[in-house]
Write a protein that binds this ligand. Structure first.
Ligand code: NAP
Length: 242
């Protein structure tokens, strides 16, 4: 059995990635924070895709919770390891910096960056030991160009870009690749409150992307065929950034 873990797998892009990885033959561990109902729907969709999976609920920004969940899984599966990790969990709490509460600054950054550390660090040694691993981090166009009204989110995603490049160089000799994807506007709960009709006019492709389109890209980066791609950030934005 081959195992993959997707953080924030209960909804949106994460759910589509879970289904994609199931179609690639992975037993998928679905992490989520609160929405057990949505995570169960993802699990059902994984089963409909012909594979199985399990729910692993924990707040990625909480180091103790993350370690307990991941060590618990490893103890229960002493001969197995998680070979694909998709760090997808994320939130946005937009505001201009002049009005941004400290709590919103920290929460967005903690989920992205502490979340990256808390989940990735415990899984690295088994990947390196087995000389195979794929890590894909979900960044954003905001982390590449910076978005007004999103200093916290831009900082978080910019950090994800940098950490992707740094870690890729550490683990490349062990055949572990680390890449990031940088989506533009993707239609999910996260973008639900946005004015899609006017925002899509700013996108050269004149539409928002779908979670399935992002999942297809992540699926490729997670495949064995992508073994010589590492330390990269792949934009998927309908031409918005370029
Ligand atoms: P979404 O529909 O709002 O889903 C967010 C997911 O993250 C949910 O599964 C949620 O779990 C999980 N999550 C939130 N906080 C968590 C925590 N502390 N611990 C564990 N899981 C947590 O968002 P999305 O649009 O699919 O976004 C997924 C990723 O893509 C994020 O990193 C986001 O920044 C990035 N992104 C999105 C867009 C876009 O346009 N949608 C663009 C660029 C980048 P619950 O269901 O339990 O709440």
């Amino acid at each position: 059995m081959k195992y993959a873990l997707v953080t924030g797998g209960s909804r949106g892009i994460g759910r589509a990635v879970c289904i994609r990885l199931a179609r690639m033959g992975y037993h998928v561990l679905v992490n989520y924070a609160n929405r057990t109902d949505e995570a169960e729907t993802t699990l059902e969709l994984i089963r409909q895709a012909g594979q199985d999976g399990e729910l692993l609920g924990f707040d990625v920004s909480d180091g103790k919770q993350a370690r307990a969940a991941l060590e618990g899984w490893q103890d229960a599966h002493p001969d197995e390891y998680i070979e694909v990790l998709v760090n997808n969990a994320g939130i946005r709490r937009d505001n201009i910096l002049a009005l941004m509460p400290e709590e919103d600054w920290h929460r967005v950054i903690d989920i992205a960056l502490d979340g990256f550390y808390n989940v990735t660090q415990p899984l690295l040694q088994p990947m390196m030991f087995h000389k195979y691993g794929r890590i894909i981090n979900v960044a954003s166009v905001s982390g590449l160009k910076g978005m007004p009204g999103q200093t916290n989110y831009s900082a978080a995603k910019g950090g994800i870009v940098a950490v992707t490049k740094a870690l890729a160089q550490e683990v490349a000799p062990k055949n572990v690749t680390v890449n990031a994807v940088a989506p533009g506007f993707i239609r999910t709960d996260m973008t639900d409150g946005l004015d899609e009709a006017s925002l899509k006019k700013t996108v050269p492709a004149r539409r928002f992307g779908t979670p399935e389109e992002v999942a297809a890209l992540i699926g490729f980066l997670a495949s064995s065929e992508a073994g010589y791609i590492t330390g990269n950030v792949v934009s998927i934005n309908g031409g918005l950034y370029t």
